[in-house]
Design a protein around this ligand. Structure first.
Ligand code: GLU
Ligand code: ZN
Length: 279
């Protein structure tokens, strides 16, 4: 089988060792199967994405020997696709608009009768203050949340599961509700959240295999659920261990000393980088 794989960095900073690891693993898996490898810019958050970072990332990837097929997709140009997906969910009554601020959510989740607030892959589990059965047209420039319970019921989903490296990962419907809850799929100033945009992009590009860091394993439950709700196929997921520093501490995304660009200035070679990340 020819794999269709992708690397989808957010151009909000330099490419660092952890990103390079994901990109090199996915690139070599795609090439080993004589398949496709795509580069996409996860630049949906225009308040943080910068064109300069996108260019620097491409330059660093080329330097590392990563080549990609076809044009680079930019999420910024794909809002219309995300809105169509949202409208399909809205038409099924699975979305509602939420006007809560972060502080509101924290306060509601911290209410004494609630116990300690639970944190899921999308932040504090939403306490449901705005949950309702909306009618009429989908509002524009509003935060839209997925009604988790209703979605699972409508599609008669009893659990979400996936397996990788002989290990099975499962969440029952009750666990999806309690540990993930009503995730945000669209924001006031962003057509789509990370979860919705990445699921649409993977489906539209026909991605068959995803390799990414294990910090995203919990988010995979959300992605598979969205694929079921939207009728998209589910790629095969593999989550690699995160790159750690000499003390075993996970590299911070913002640790610019580990930026590939910084190593290049120091005179390191692409081979040095591969060795540093154990490839
Ligand atoms: N832009 C995301 C990141 O850098 C991509 C995650 C993914 O591959 O799904 O973490
Ligand atoms: Zn709300």
């Amino acid at each position: 089988m020819k794999f269709k794989m992708r690397f989808a960095p957010s151009p909000t900073g330099p490419l660092h060792l952890g990103h390079a690891y994901s990109a090199l693993l996915a690139h070599s898996a795609a090439r080993a199967s004589a398949g496709q490898f795509y580069l996409r810019m996860d630049d949906i958050d225009q308040s943080r994405a910068r064109a300069e970072w996108a260019l620097q990332i491409q330059d660093d990837l080329r330097w590392l020997g990563v080549t990609w097929d076809g044009p680079i997709w930019s999420q910024h140009a794909r809002s219309a696709h995300y809105i169509l997906a949202l409208e399909r969910l809205w038409a099924k009554g699975l979305l509602y608009s939420c006007t809560c601020t972060r502080a509101d959510i924290k306060a509601a989740a911290n209410a004494p009768q609630e116990g300690a607030p639970l944190i899921g892959p999308d932040g504090v589990i939403y306490p449901g203050s705005c949950r309702c059965d909306p009618e009429g047209v989908m509002p524009k420039h509003a935060a839209l949340r997925l009604n988790m319970k209703k979605s699972l019921q409508l599609f008669d989903i009893k659990h979400i599961s996936f397996s990788e490296s002989n290990q099975n990962y499962t969440k029952t419907a009750l666990e999806m509700i309690a540990q993930i809850g009503d995730v945000v799929l669209s924001r006031k100033d962003m057509a789509a959240s990370y979860h919705l945009s990445i699921v649409c992009d993977d489906a539209d590009q026909g991605i068959t295999h995803v390799i990414r860091g294990e910090d995203l394993r919990e988010a995979t439950f959300i992605h598979i659920l969205l694929q079921r709700l939207l009728g998209y196929p589910t790629p095969k997921y593999r989550h690699h261990p995160l790159i750690r520093d000499e003390n075993g501490k996970r590299l911070a995304k913002r640790d610019d000393a580990r930026a590939i660009a910084a190593y290049r200035i120091e005179g390191r070679t692409p081979l040095d980088i591969r060795q540093m990340i154990g490839l």
